[in-house]
Design a protein around this ligand. Structure first.
Ligand code: PLP
Length: 426
């Protein structure tokens, strides 16, 4: 063995996994069990009291899920991670660890439509409020911060608009105000962007998309960068105050630079319950083994398709940061020089009706509400994912009436281009 730090491709295959000590199984086994037998009563007591690490019950932790957690933490460069049932669950548990009733957070106005709904509506029940900042203007985030602001939330590459946020500039504002920066890195994946290197304190994923990569499992992951100092910070009582659930333990003091990952597990996941099934963890892990290959190939194919559409007479505009001349191209070169991801939007001439008609005519592209599959996917956001939003919110989120979103898969780009040409010809 050398003392080399393993590269990204090696980590994607090996991080967190060793051959099974009992059977020698080389692939990570699916530990399909609800519960784990304790060694003895003292062992049980120490697990429940957080004095020892180990398995109790799959809602709180599971060995297959633990491999996924360690692998994503390694790929993102974090200290620890928590795997949960969905990307939305990851967002919810992140805020649950940070927010009290009456608190607010500042979020970029260009986000996945489901996150906009979650923040605007579902979080109202907890008396958490969102303040929308201009994703293109880091200073606008600072202007919205007050004494009750507990987090800043952005997407590294925003879904569906192909917007790239200046992560380092927003991180600087978060650090100045001692507020954690949460980055949803779903669209980029750690292969293209590692937000922690640019100042993120927490990274979340819808693992449903590029991490899993095969359109077969819903899952989410939260990654703790280990960068935020919770100790003594009264604004974050889950991390800085004695917890009655654990005999007065202060999680920030006991667990140091992975306290956030612990808090989301032992207070969030344990009490609120959105656990990932071990079977889904297995499928997500298998997907991650090819993440670097898929992400590079899909980004390359996306650039080819985007270039073709940019020169097509039935298309009024293409928004893909990988294109020279795109308004986010300079940010793309800075944050994701290997490629700008596999999702982009374009405007079809003829507006809403033309968008719906195009979706109907495509054959190779599947019409569905997902991204990050091996298969190429299409959706018309205004009539589907962004339907719940007002016209104004839709346009602000990059989902106006003429917008069509593509997620480019692993097929031959020439076949995809031929399908698009035929469907655009009417
Ligand atoms: N974040 C982004 C960027 C997404 O695209 C999605 C889903 O599309 C989510 C979060 C929510 O993830 P999930 O569908 O796994 O709950």
């Amino acid at each position: 063995m050398t003392d080399r730090t393993p590269g990204f491709n090696t980590l994607a295959i090996h991080a967190g996994a060793t051959p099974d000590p009992t059977t020698g199984a080389r692939a990570t086994p699916i530990y399909q069990t609800t519960s784990f037998v304790f060694d003895d009563v003292d062992h049980a007591a120490s697990l429940f009291g957080l004095q020892a690490f180990g398995n109790i019950y799959t809602r709180i932790g599971n060995p297959t899920c633990a491999v996924l957690e360690e692998r994503v933490a390694a790929l993102e460069g974090g200290t620890a991670a928590l795997a949960v049932a969905s990307g939305h669950a990851a967002e919810f548990l992140a805020f649950h660890a940070l927010m009290q009733p009456g608190d607010n957070f500042v979020a970029a106005n260009k986000l996945y439509g489901g996150s906009i709904n979650q923040f605007n509506h579902a979080y109202k029940s907890f008396d958490w409020s969102v303040r929308w900042a201009d994703a293109d203007d880091p200073a606008s985030f600072e202007a919205l911060i007050d004494g009750r602001t507990k987090a800043i939330f952005i997407e590294s590459i925003a879904n569906p608009g192909g917007v790239i946020v200046d992560i380092a500039a927003v991180a600087q504002i978060a650090k100045k105000h001692k507020i954690p920066l949460i980055v949803d890195n779903t669209m980029a994946s750690p292969y293209l962007i590692r937000p922690i290197e640019h100042g993120a304190d927490i990274v979340i994923h819808s693992a449903t998309k590029f991490l899993g990569g095969h359109g077969n499992s819903i899952g989410g992951v939260l990654v703790d960068a280990g960068t935020f100092d919770w100790v003594g910070d009264e604004r974050y009582p889950m991390l800085s105050k004695p917890r009655p659930e654990y005999g007065g333990m202060v999680l920030g003091e006991t667990f140091g630079n992975f306290a956030f990952a612990i808090a989301t597990r032992v207070l969030g996941l344990r009490d609120l319950g959105p656990a990932l099934s071990p079977f889904n963890a297995f499928l997500l892990l298998t997907g991650i083994e090819t993440l670097p290959l898929r992400m590079q190939r899909q980004s390359d194919s996306t650039l080819a398709v985007a270039r073709h559409l940019a020169g097509h007479e039935g298309v009024s505009w293409v928004s893909y940061p990988g294109l020279e001349g795109d308004r986010y191209h300079a940010l793309a070169q800075r944050y994701c020089p290997k490629g700008a991801g596999a999702v982009f939007t374009f405007g079809v001439k003829g507006g809403y009706e033309a968008g719906v008609a195009l979706v109907k005519r495509l054959e190779l592209f599947s019409h569905l509400a997902n991204i990050g599959d091996t298969r190429s996917l299409v959706i018309h956001p205004a009539s589907t994912t962004h339907r719940q939003l007002t016209d104004e919110q839709r346009v602000a989120a990059g989902a106006g009436p003429d917008v069509v979103r593509l997620s480019i898969g692993l097929e031959d780009p020439a076949d995809l281009i031929a399908d698009l040409d035929r469907a655009l010809a009417g």
